[in-house]
Design a protein around this ligand. Structure first.
Ligand code: ARG
Length: 435
């Protein structure tokens, strides 16, 4: 900047002509900057087309990374083979189930994590881990850029790019689906032309699915029509309640310090326990959520969720936590839980406030030890029994009949008079006002 009046002022035209001035984010890669790309590869149509397209468009090398977070029924050898066939110079598959369960899902259980009354955040929890692994593998394999298959309308781009920008400022990002402007038909044509196998029918777009061991979401097709009740074929995980067994099943979840450690008396590692809970929930039709959601990018959308494990473990945890907390603790924690869930939903996993809140949540959970049993029946999961050495509960005190010890029924009227004092005074003032 200069104050010299003879110096011509910069015009709008100059600014637009300068590529740096039109760059939307500093971490987005310009074509010349892309040499070797770490591609987050699912094996589906979008990322398969990307694998080829990046090689052609940027003349870049591609390292494929596929992360196993417990997506049911995925064959990772097939995915890896497909990546190599499409020209990846390296193809990695990481089994991150245990890390996902203990470092991401467990804090969510302890936070009773729920966004917008029904979404237990499985995708939102998975993205920061996937992106963190992308950073690790990109560095290890000498990549300068990370590519992902998110669109420009969803939350996942925020979660993935936010993670990369936070953890690895030196890495660039490309998001071809956001920029290439190919429709589904063009993608299929591109795939055909380049020998990319397209699985399933190609007539109509399938549901858009994302899943891991904590749940599964479906979007697209009729789901976008809010007046369309769910078609049966969307439920690929959970048995529809009307088809669930006629006999109920009671399942007992045991917690130690807020960690689910056993199911029906059998001690299991967390990832296995979650998978086992999911199986039982699926059988009884629990965890179907038809959800209208406020996305971070402003859109309101509808998702169909299948969250059988969360539908058992979250209510069990919440119940045990409440049993071991006082009225004041129990009123306070949900506000922190809600903030925690919102930060995670909004792609701010690496925001320090998340860990600050977790410090409180972990402290609370030190006393969350005990057993909760739920009865599952045709889509419902209802707590039926509770047991905890830390319960703030005394059957002797709670019973109607008895008086004495720590609780004297004779003292209650004195309490009521004092407890209602301000309300009584306010009413009197109000009545006097009205004349
Ligand atoms: N609406 C959920 C969320 O924002 C699920 C997103 C599923 N992602 C996907 N790419 N299909 O977390």
């Amino acid at each position: 900047m200069t104050d010299d009046p003879r110096e011509p002022t910069r015009t709008e035209v100059h600014r637009v002509a300068d590529p740096e001035a039109t760059r939307v984010a500093s971490y987005l890669a310009q074509p010349g900057e892309v040499g070797r790309v770490l591609l987050l590869y699912s094996g589906g149509l979008d990322t398969s087309v990307m694998l080829k397209w990046i090689q052609d468009e940027y003349e870049a090398e591609v390292v494929a990374l596929t992360v196993n977070l417990g997506q049911p029924g995925e064959d990772y050898d097939v995915v890896k083979g497909k990546a190599v066939n499409l020209g990846a110079i390296e193809a990695h598959v990481v089994d991150a189930r245990e890390e996902f369960a203990t470092e991401y899902v467990l804090p969510a259980i302890r936070a009773n994590a729920d966004y917008g009354d029904g979404y237990p955040l499985f995708t939102a929890l998975g993205r920061p881990l996937i992106a963190k692994l992308a950073v690790e593998y990109a560095r290890r394999s000498g990549c300068d850029t990370i590519a992902h298959g998110c669109t420009g309308k969803g939350n996942d781009q925020v979660r993935i790019e936010g993670t990369i920008a936070t953890l690895a400022p030196e890495l660039k990002v490309i998001a071809p689906v956001r920029s290439w402007q190919m429709g589904r038909d063009e993608e299929i044509a591109y795939a055909r032309k380049h020998g990319i196998p397209v699985k399933g029918g190609t007539e109509s777009a399938p549901y858009s699915i994302d899943d891991n061991l904590w749940g599964r979401s479906s979007e697209g097709k009729w789901i976008e029509d809010l007046s369309h009740a769910p078609d049966d074929d969307v439920f690929q995980l959970v048995t529809r309640p009307e088809l669930a067994p006629d006999e109920p099943q009671v399942v007992e979840v045991e917690f130690e310090r807020g960690v689910p450690v056993a199911l029906d008396g059998e001690r299991l590692g967390l990832a296995d326990l979650i998978e086992r809970a999911a199986e039982i929930g699926c059988r009884h039709g629990v965890g179907i959520v038809d959800h209208i959601e406020d996305r971070i990018v402003g859109l309101k959308v509808r998702d169909i969720y299948e969250v059988p494990a969360a539908a058992i473990l979250l209510p069990a945890h919440r119940e045990l936590e409440r049993l071991t907390g006082t009225i004041h603790q129990n009123q306070f924690k949900p506000s922190l839980d809600q903030k925690w869930a919102y930060l995670v939903y909004a792609g701010l996993w690496w925001e320090p406030l998340r860990e600050d809140i977790e410090a409180y949540i972990e402290h609370v959970n030190q006393r969350v030890t005990g057993k909760i049993a739920l009865k599952l029946y045709k889509g419902h999961a209802r707590v039926v029994t509770r047991e905890s050495p830390n319960a703030v509960y005394d059957a002797q005190l709670a019973t109607f009949a008895e008086s004495g010890g720590l609780f004297s029924q004779q003292a209650s009227p004195g309490f009521i008079e004092i407890w209602s004092l301000q309300s009584r005074m306010a009413r009197r003032v109000h009545e006097a006002d009205q004349g």
